[in-house]
Design a protein. Structure first.
Length: 219
């Protein structure tokens, strides 16, 4: 099996990056420098015409979109337990994954790249504070999920094993610091993502991507 992951440092591609590192399988991590526009190059567009990350290439076959990639990796490495196997628990975990990807993630995009949603400067300026408040509330929801998991005696968001939701929670919480939301607003969530960051596979990926957890800190 030949696996290549196209990722951008700090993007949502962090999630499959962590899963591949956890799997123990050999894979080629291929960095796409978004700030240099590499996602729009002819070479990359030949792989993903949408010019997005992540992309997983498995034996020459392309899989795009993070939810599809995560589900594919879960099937490739069932022993890793990236998602629960019990039907209801699995459906609930995928529901949370979908919420993270189709609701929380786009809300941050409205903060970080408002130009994607309007070419009017005044509209762009209004999008940032409005969506920051929405994102703040979503981090509160994520903290409630952490609290609920802990109340059930679970070490991780979807049960006893580290998985997809835990990696995504780190990404979203880190983005919150980029949006100017201090970790002190959600202390339980912050403590949880620090535990996530301490996992050996996560730490290796953070080092490879050169990520700082709290982007609100003064360098």
């Amino acid at each position: 099996m030949s696996l290549t992951l196209y990722f951008a440092p700090g993007a949502c591609s962090f999630v499959p990056h962590v899963l591949l590192e956890m799997s123990g399988a050999e894979f080629e991590p291929h960095m796409v420098k978004l700030h240099k526009g590499e996602q729009n190059s002819e070479a990359y567009k030949a792989i993903n015409p949408r010019g997005q990350v992540p992309v997983l290439v498995n034996n020459g076959q392309v899989v795009s979109q993070i939810v599809a990639i995560v589900l594919h990796l879960d099937q490739l490495f069932p022993q890793a337990g990236f998602l629960p196997t019990e039907p209801l628990a699995r459906a609930q975990a995928i529901s949370t994954l979908a919420w993270m990807n189709n609701t929380v993630h786009p809300t941050f995009t409205h903060i970080f790249m408002p130009q994607k949603f309007s070419n009017l400067p005044d509209v762009q300026a209004a999008l940032k504070p409005y969506n920051t408040q929405l994102f703040r509330g979503m981090l509160g929801e994520l903290q409630a999920l952490v609290n609920a998991a802990e109340a059930k005696g679970h070490a991780w968001l979807s049960g006893p094993q580290f998985g997809v939701l835990d990696a995504y929670s780190l990404t979203l919480t880190r983005w919150g610091t980029i949006a100017g939301i201090p970790p002190t607003e959600h202390p339980d969530l912050w403590a949880f993502v620090q535990k996530v960051a301490a996992q050996p596979a996560v730490a290796r990926v953070m080092e490879r991507e050169r990520l700082q957890l709290d982007m609100g800190k003064t360098a």
